[in-house]
Design a protein around this ligand. Structure first.
Ligand code: ZN
Length: 494
């Protein structure tokens, strides 16, 4: 940080941004509570609260005063390489996007999402797509109104994607996914048929929670700043600096919860390690969804499915689950948790089939927005494409089109960032290993701090200071490139 005294304009801008951030943190607490502890029938009332908080935050942010302060600061000249320059840049980007949207629409979208997520929850439990479809129609209508606030473009999806992945276009996603799809299908054909059987449980829930805590402790979880709760659809939240909330979903039939806990840890540690001086400003969060997902996937897959990790952790897991695992050796177990196994659920998918789940969602949400797929036909289209791409039969909508909450939450444009995150994670991983040497040895001793410190230094502490493409260039020296990821998969599954 520079010690130069701040201009009154910068001081005033930061004061407004701090209030906007506080309102956004309040909204995050409301959302966390809605998904973790609110009684079911509180959803309608909660959606009203969310709408009001969102509308007030929006109106406060898009005020003419913020626009004027940004103009003054730009006129005074900002060093684009400085923290202040980055703050002005990112604030202007967000201000210009937000200013296009009426505050009333921002509130309406928050309200609709609150109601739709609750309806999705019920629809999924009953596997009843029909009861959810009016909410999906409503979300699509709102997205069209939202997109209409932006200059007309050949590719309306760009407007949505840009919100999560600054500077990234639909055409780039198509190009990368086009390269991945053929290769992934080939890998599934080659390895999907001879999958090692899943090792049947039961794995009692309390023991799984204990296993999750052992792993988190070794990764660097600190109960003074973090918490972990159960929820149907895992996520991570940071409703303030020093307040990291992870959630997981534990089912005694399998060990999925362990991997989702590691996944959410990746999101949590990214947010936790951000430079505290960025608190209550737009710099104080991860720079993009793909970079965020690259970190969750790093801790879930590149660490959590590595030989070294399991060499350390498997004996501990065996002690927790002597019944199902006592007679299963380490090698068999590691092969089982890494196996390519075409299945129904994205969140449970292995590293190879995962990308095909994402590509399906990316294609479908673009068709829904373009009107070339109708909401009423969605289950049928879904089931047919799952059969084509993964060869699986979808038994019901709960295990099909209703499995994810993203569309209920209005998060169109988010899905591609998961797979871009996978791609980026390996580029960063290759660089980490070049600089730190082979990490497996450390992992096999239960040591993860060197990796965490490196990631923190290279990525986490910077928050949103660098645009995603710039950050990637700084860390890896290159643009986004699917080749290292494909090479990683080919080698791992050879
Ligand atoms: Zn994630």
């Amino acid at each position: 940080m520079t010690v130069a005294t701040e201009s009154p304009q910068l001081e005033r801008l930061k004061a407004i941004l701090a209030e906007v951030a506080d309102l956004s943190h309040a909204q995050q607490i409301l959302e966390w509570d809605a998904r973790v502890s609110m009684p079911r029938d509180g959803a309608e009332a909660r959606a009203d609260v969310a709408a009001t908080v969102t509308r007030l935050a929006h109106a406060h942010f898009v005020s003419d005063e913020v626009g004027k302060l940004l103009d003054d600061l730009d006129a005074a000249g900002q060093d684009p390489g400085s923290v202040e320059g980055a703050l002005v840049r990112i604030t202007r980007r967000e201000w210009e996007r937000a200013s296009r949207i009426p505050s009333a629409l921002a509130g309406e979208m928050a309200q609709a999402s609150g109601v739709a997520v609750a309806a999705w929850d019920e629809a999924k439990a009953a596997s009843n797509f029909k009861s959810f479809s009016p909410h999906l129609e409503r979300q699509l209508e709102l997205k069209h109104r939202y997109i209409a606030c932006f200059p007309e473009t050949d590719e309306p999806y760009d407007v949505l994607l840009d919100e999560y992945e600054e500077g990234f276009t639909t055409a780039q996603v198509e190009e990368i996914f086009g390269r991945l799809k053929g290769e992934l299908v080939k890998l599934v054909e080659r390895h999907g048929g001879n999958a090692v059987e899943e090792i049947a449980g039961p794995y009692p829930v309390e023991r799984q929670q204990e296993a999750g805590r052992l792993v988190l402790d070794a990764f660097g979880y600190d109960a003074n700043f973090w918490r972990l709760d159960e929820t149907p659809h895992p996520f991570a939240a940071k409703p303030g600096f020093g307040d990291i909330r992870l959630t997981t979903h534990t089912d005694e039939r399998d060990l999925t919860s362990l991997f989702s806990t590691m996944h959410e840890f990746g999101h949590g540690v990214y947010e936790f390690d951000i430079d505290p001086s960025f608190a209550r400003t737009p710099l104080g969060r991860g720079t993009s969804s793909a970079i965020h997902e690259s970190q969750s996937r790093t801790w879930e897959n590149l660490v959590g499915r590595s030989q070294g990790f399991w060499h350390w952790f498997y004996p501990r897991l065996q002690r927790l689950f002597p019944e199902p695992l006592g007679s299963v050796d380490e090698e068999t177990f590691v092969r089982s948790v890494s196996a390519v196994r075409p299945g129904l659920i994205r969140g449970d998918a292995d590293e190879v089939t995962y990308g095909l789940h994402i590509i399906l969602r990316f294609e479908l949400e673009r068709e829904l927005l373009a009107g070339t797929a109708a909401v009423s036909d969605l289950p049928e289209i879904w089931n047919q494409r799952m059969k084509e791409s993964l060869g699986v039969d979808v038994p019901d909508d709960a295990h099909g089109v209703l499995q994810d909450m993203h569309w209920a939450g209005g998060l169109f444009g988010y899905f591609p960032t998961y797979q871009l995150g996978n791609v980026v994670s390996v580029q960063i991983w290759d660089r980490a290993r070049k600089q730190l040497g082979d990490l497996e040895d450390q992992f096999s001793r239960g040591e993860f701090s060197q990796l965490r410190e490196w990631l923190s230094e290279q990525i986490y502490r910077h928050g949103s200071r660098y645009q995603p493409a710039e950050l990637l260039r700084r860390v890896t020296g290159s643009e986004i490139d699917p080749e290292p990821y494909l090479k990683y998969l080919r080698t791992k599954f050879a």
